[in-house]
Design a protein around this ligand. Structure first.
Ligand code: PMT
Length: 402
């Protein structure tokens, strides 16, 4: 049942849009509140009147409508739901989602939302199989978007193949699975993840930084969210897109990162994957430092707060499971074992960050998970797979201890 669940249904313009009416009816029968947004093309296939009559309130269609904006506004549309469902998702809307294009109400809401998203694609078989669509789908899956794959069968243009919208009962089943906690063993848990580098200002134009891309930390946050954890990602400056279903708190410095982490407590799980600068400039110059022709200025450093050690310190706010990372260039396991004891965390994930390993900024990682039971070496995996494996281990831990 979907009692009290709020669903934002986005209907894109394809012949399968007519099935959205049946989908709305079934979702409402199961107790969901359904609000619908239609693209302009969708309104060529089904009328907003029909959609609004079946949904819990009228359909929204226009980004620039004064009525729509004063009634609810596109940002509230993007926030006020438990799940966003896109059905049917056309090749065009899938491409816009993959590339962050926001040129109408539906695509703007999809770019503005940080809610979990489920899409049910429907399109001509050749459009579905086109490498551009497949690459866009892979991008969306990587970002944590859940997919009800299209079905194979006869299509509108007398063609046969994959591309038909999944039947509404199958879409409803996926909605229920996502919202009920099936395959979501961390539902009800709160997770805090740090990611990326920190930037420590020297003067208004220069800063101390490191090579972290945020790929590993973001992948962990995405994986924890996929397993149902309510996940806060505190990240330094990165190019990585925020994963779906994760609340991103962007920060710059170590001190800002610590403050954001403390504000995000209580949490059951903390994973510190950020490459936090150990030191910052003792004094940040108010103006750009100038070349004077004399000796170059010297930089006095002062130590930054240790976020992992702070989160690991005993106390009522300590997350039940604190996982640190150890970035090492030699004696990786030995140094990581010592680091785990020094920082007071429960587990530590050790990785080799020497230039030859290519861990910083790369797409793969070879890690060793160090727990009270000892060190366990994992094979080389994509950073996404490291995230999934770590999240699965975290879920197992909670299942075993509660
Ligand atoms: O971002 P990518 O390009 O994907 O690269 C991933 C990564 C190499 C950055 C990541 O896998 C990783 O190793 N992160 C930890 C980097 C690091 O700073 O390691 P460390 O050994 O110096 O620190 C140990 C632990 O203390 C880490 O959990 C770190 O987040 C934490 N720390 C360190 C200093 C500090 N002031 N506060 C901290 O919380």
């Amino acid at each position: 049942m979907l009692t009290d669940k709020r669903i934002l249904l986005i209907i894109a313009g394809g012949i399968a849009a007519y099935k959205a009416l049946d989908l709305i009816r079934r979702l409402r029968e199961r107790g969901a509140f359904v609000r619908a947004v239609m693209t302009r093309n969708a309104t060529e296939f089904v009328t907003p009147l029909a959609v609004g009559a079946l949904a819990s309130e009228r359909a929204y269609t226009d980004l620039f409508s004064l009525d729509d904006e004063s009634d609810i506004g596109h940002i509230r549309l993007a926030r006020d739901a438990d799940l966003v469902v896109v059905a049917p998702a056309t090749a065009n809307l899938v491409a816009k989602m993959a590339h962050g294009i926001a040129d109408d109400l539906a695509s703007t809401v999809l770019l503005a939302t940080d809610l979990p998203i489920l899409i049910a694609p429907a399109m001509n078989v050749r459009m579905w199989l086109h490498p551009a669509t497949q690459a866009n789908m892979a991008l969306l899956r990587d970002r944590g978007v859940a997919v009800v794959d299209p079905e194979t069968g006869a299509m509108a243009e007398n063609e046969t193949g994959p591309g038909r919208l999944a039947e509404p009962p199958n879409i409803v089943a996926s909605v229920e699975a996502l919202l009920s906690g099936a395959n979501r063993p961390l539902a009800g848990r709160r997770a805090l993840v740090t990611s990326g580098p920190t930037h420590e200002p020297i003067d208004p134009v220069r800063y101390i930084a490191n090579r972290s891309s945020g790929k590993q930390g973001h992948a962990i946050a995405a994986a924890l969210a996929r397993l149902g954890a309510e996940t806060v990602l505190v990240s330094g400056p990165t190019q990585e897109p925020p994963p779906n279903g994760v609340r991103l708190i962007p920060v710059e410095t170590a001190r800002e990162m610590l403050a954001a982490c403390e504000a995000a407590l209580p949490a059951d799980i903390a994973v510190c994957a950020a490459a936090v600068a150990d030191w910052r400039a003792g004094e940040e110059a108010g103006q750009k430092l100038k070349k004077t022709g004399g000796a170059p200025p010297s930089l006095a450093l002062t130590e930054n707060p240790d976020i992992l050690a702070t989160l690991s310190a005993p106390g009522s706010a300590r997350p039940a499971l604190v996982v640190g990372f150890a970035a090492e260039t030699e004696s990786v396991i030995d140094h990581a074992v010592a680091k785990r004891a020094r920082k007071g965390c429960d587990w530590i994930v050790a990785n080799d960050v020497s230039a030859a390993a290519g861990t910083f900024g790369g797409d793969s990682n070879s890690v060793h998970l160090i727990t009270e039971a000892g060190a366990e070496s994992w094979p080389a995996l994509s950073k996404k797979d490291v995230g999934e494996r770590l999240a699965a281990r975290i879920a197992d831990h909670f299942q075993a201890t509660t």
